[in-house]
Design a protein around this ligand. Structure first.
Ligand code: ADE
Length: 229
């Protein structure tokens, strides 16, 4: 998968994809993240990309020309499957959305700043508007890092153990069960016996039951669509 990110502050995205699973995904050639500086497509020598909003009011708006020049230039090599604008008024990112996006081959993510981007770019070019939650960030870059991580780890072959993404919280609309590692007894707090039993049917049943109980307690809203069997 190729993910292009268009940003007014590309420095903010220098490191999130250079470590851990995102780095491994890129090293394996399964994911290629390319961050582009929007100012490269600015029309004037001041590298301007934003301007005052028509009608007055505080806050600048990101202009059409740099954004559209960037989109059309980057699109020349390969058309985008989705042109995503990150904005607090988009659809809230969840696991089904991440699953769907992980099947795409070529994505463009536009990071907003200031008051946002000119509505005409949203109307004419953007195919999907995504929010990472009901709060406002100063720009879309951190949201882009969240989105790329959530999607990138789902690309087949990225995680060592392919089943581990399938047992994540939310994949079956249930929260993940508790996990333990050595030592068996830490300050008198013991690992549940069933996990030491070696009986995988019992362990699976226990984990499922723990998931259901956790979800009932912490996120009862998820249970309507959950697989409780
Ligand atoms: N830009 C600013 N706030 C955002 C949010 N909550 N999600 C996505 N992009 C944003």
């Amino acid at each position: 998968m190729h993910i292009h990110i268009l940003s007014a502050v590309p420095e903010l995205l220098e490191s999130p994809f250079s470590h851990s699973i995102m780095k491994r995904a890129q090293d394996k050639g399964l994911l290629h993240v390319e961050v582009h500086n929007l100012r490269k497509w600015s029309l004037n020598k001041y590298k301007q990309i934003d301007d005052y909003q028509f009608g007055g009011g505080a806050g600048m708006v990101m202009m059409c020309e740099p954004l559209v020049n960037a989109i059309e230039t980057l699109q020349k090599d390969a058309p985008f499957d989705e042109i995503i604008f990150l904005t607090p008024d988009g659809d809230t990112l969840d696991q089904p959305m991440a699953n769907q996006l992980s099947l795409k081959k070529n994505l463009l993510i536009i990071c907003g700043h200031y008051k946002g981007i000119d509505q005409r770019v949203r109307d004419q070019f953007v195919t999907k508007e995504i929010s990472i939650g009901d709060y406002v960030l100063s720009g879309g870059e951190l949201a882009a890092a969240v989105l790329v991580d959530a999607v990138g780890r789902l690309i087949p072959g990225v995680l060592n153990n392919e089943t581990s993404a399938l047992t994540d919280s939310f994949q079956d609309k249930l929260l993940a069960p508790p996990v333990y590692t050595r030592p068996v007894d830490f300050r008198g707090w013991k690992v549940p016996d069933v996990l030491l039993s070696g009986n995988h049917r019992l362990i699976d049943d226990w984990r499922h039951q723990q998931s259901v109980e956790r979800t009932k307690k912490l996120r009862p809203d998820l249970l309507s669509g959950a697989d409780l069997m």
